[in-house]
Write a protein that binds this ligand. Structure first.
Ligand code: URA
Length: 192
């Protein structure tokens, strides 16, 4: 399960991010969540606290989750990389290679009914695609038989608020599927 996967990760020294991290950000939320959000990597706030998506982008993600009629406690939130890349630079291929097995084990333990990937790196990683996120987003894909919806990253939305319309459309697809599967949520409000 998740606990064993966290134990296996341990005080990870597998890649070069080990030297500059403060905390490993493993993931948080419901261990048997129906819906998992996968982001890119911890930023400064996450590195300081050990919790995923607690900075500015995280606050927007929280608003998105709540606008879907869910709460952070109903879902599971994690990243491809468990450690912060210095200066929030992009994940590098060798870092993804070392860390991705732990994401895969998390997903195997949780066995969610749906996955939402946030931004280019999570989508490209789980889908083994090099298509741009602008092409991937908004259409259902599959990861290991699990429906996966790629959408834009909330940090991108902070810079490009006009893209919120597309993300909300993507999340409406997810809500439709949650309802079809009879997964409990309160009625949606308006986009954040
Ligand atoms: N951005 C991410 O991709 N993940 C976090 O946890 C925070 C910001």
């Amino acid at each position: 399960g998740l606990k064993l996967t966290r134990e296996e990760l341990g005080d990870c020294q597998r890649c070069k991010l080990k030297d500059k991290r403060t905390n490993i950000v493993f993931g948080m939320g419901k261990p048997d969540a129906a819906l998992v959000f996968v982001g890119e990597a911890p930023g400064g706030d996450e590195d300081r606290t050990g919790e995923p998506f607690v900075g500015a982008a995280g606050q927007l993600l929280t608003k998105m989750i709540e606008a879907m009629g869910l709460s952070r406690e109903d879902v599971y939130i994690c990243n491809i990389l468990k450690c912060r890349p210095p200066g929030n630079r992009n994940p590098e291929p060798d870092e993804i290679v070392e860390c991705e097995p732990f994401l895969k084990k998390q997903l195997a333990a949780i066995r969610p009914r749906m996955i939402v990937t946030l931004g280019k790196f999570a989508a490209q990683c789980l889908l083994r695609s090099d298509a741009p996120i602008s092409r991937l987003r908004g259409a259902w894909k599959e990861y290991q038989g699990i429906p996966l919806m790629p959408t834009f990253h909330p940090a991108f939305l902070l810079r490009t608020p006009s893209a919120k319309r597309e993300v909300w459309a993507d999340l409406q697809e997810v809500m439709r599927e949650l309802d079809r599967l009879g997964i409990q949520r309160t009625s949606p409000s308006r986009p954040a």
